[in-house]
Design a binder for this molecule. Structure first.
Ligand SMILES: [Zn+2]
Ligand SMILES: [Zn+2]
Length: 150
């Protein structure tokens, strides 16, 4: 398991921001090969008495996102971190932090605008965590006094 570090060349600091970008052709090739190998193995190990495992189409660049990590010095803006960047995006390379690429527009969601937002101490505005009603408190059992003999 590779440690997650800031993606800026030569930085290696602990990341604090994560965003996504599309895979390069080489990255997609690795992902597709791994998925094909997983499917081949699943077919090989499948119980012949059961129907052959069926799989959907192999992933394409439109299905895959690569996580990019940035430290406190090397990161895109919060607005840009919410978007999917292009495969050629070089952020968090310091030379490409501003106007790194043209990120994909956000897919409109029917719930957008209806989500309650809250502002954190860091100044970031995030969806508010829905408040779950706390379970009713069980009534306290009054300890009975010392038993008195008649
Ligand atoms: Zn960094
Ligand atoms: Zn970008």
């Amino acid at each position: 398991m590779q440690a997650t570090i800031c993606g800026s060349p030569g930085c290696g600091a602990v990341p604090v921001v994560q965003w996504r970008r599309r895979p390069t052709a080489a990255e997609l090739d690795v992902i597709v090969r791994a998925e094909q190998a997983r499917r081949d193995k699943a077919r090989l190990l499948a119980d012949p008495a059961l129907p052959t495992p069926q799989f959907g189409p192999l992933p394409t660049a439109a299905d895959v996102v690569i996580s990019v990590y940035g430290c406190t010095k090397h990161h895109v803006t919060l607005a840009a971190a919410a978007l999917v960047h292009s495969a050629a995006c070089l952020a968090p390379d310091p030379a490409h932090l501003t106007n790194c690429c043209t990120p994909e527009p956000v897919a409109s969601s029917p719930s957008t605008g209806q989500v309650a937002m809250t502002t954190l101490a860091t100044g970031w505005t995030v969806p508010a965590v829905p408040t779950v009603p706390s379970p009713p408190t069980p009534p306290l059992v009054q300890p009975s006094g010392p038993a008195t003999l008649p």
